[in-house]
Design a protein around this ligand. Structure first.
Ligand code: ZN
Ligand code: ZN
Length: 255
């Protein structure tokens, strides 16, 4: 009787094993030829989202205006038209991902602009004084202000900067970051992200990373002409990407 029970148990065990075999096979990792799943959260990082400040009535076009404030300091090293061209490019970077149209308006009408951009130094009326060269480079407010520290060595063309020049910062890189804050994004823990809080001197990073895109699209939806495939292709073609981290230089804060 004892032997019979053992036999029965063995047969039962065998049956269970055989019936589970197909699912064991299915649990194996997929072959490498399987295409990767669509991108979700790259590197485990996500953009921190604030509630969106900018909303539009249903069915109305999403438009935001910006102006380079005439009240702000001008920086002698960069002509005004070059600053405006840089801002245009930085706003276009975000507009590629979301259905918002950014319109530049004359600096004389800057009071009417949704986003007022300017260069300031020291205490400048918003209780967030700048600290002179280096350290804090810029800050932004979600209600529509982007301020650059006028005492920094800004550039719109890194290739033209003398190699001996120290603490040179790429204006478009910082502008792109600050626009992200105005749109309601917080800092990202990912170094490749535009919304990463630190930047190195001579670092250029003007392509949105996956979590920048996911964050901003979560807030405003997707630009109908945005295509992940095309975006990644451009990314590959436009690499080398950021050169700063390879150099291991000091980094500076973007608020
Ligand atoms: Zn300020
Ligand atoms: Zn920041």
């Amino acid at each position: 009787m004892f032997l019979c029970r053992l036999h029965l148990l063995a047969i039962l065990l065998l049956y269970v094993l055989i019936s589970y075999m197909p699912s064991l096979a299915a649990a194996r990792p997929a072959p490498e030829t399987t295409p990767p799943p669509p991108p979700q959260h790259y590197g485990g990082g996500e953009v921190i989202l604030d509630p969106p400040h900018w909303v539009w009535p249903e069915g109305q076009p999403k438009v935001m205006t910006y102006a380079l404030s005439h009240n702000s300091t001008t920086i002698a090293s960069i002509p005004r038209h070059a600053v405006l061209a840089t801002l245009r490019s930085a706003f276009a970077t975000w507009a590629e991902a979301i259905p918002i149209k950014f319109i530049e308006i004359s600096d004389d009408d800057d009071a009417d602009a949704d986003i007022k951009v300017g260069f300031y130094s020291g205490e400048h009326g918003d209780r967030a004084q700048f600290d002179g060269p280096r350290h804090i480079l810029a800050h932004a407010s979600v209600i529509g202000a982007i301020h650059f520290d006028a005492t920094e060595h800004w550039t719109v063309d890194l290739a033209r900067e003398k190699r001996s020049a120290k603490n040179v910062f790429d204006l478009e890189t910082v502008a792109t970051h600050e626009i992200g804050h105005v749109l309601g994004l917080g800092h990202s823990p990912l170094r490749r992200s535009v919304m990463y809080a630190l930047i190195g001197e001579r670092e250029r990073k003007v392509r949105l990373n996956i979590d920048d895109i996911q964050g901003v699209q979560e807030l405003y939806g997707v630009n109908p002409s945005f295509d992940w495939g095309v975006y990644y292709k451009k990314d590959v073609e436009s690499s080398p990407g950021s050169s700063f981290w390879g150099l291991g230089l000091a980094c500076f804060l973007l608020l």
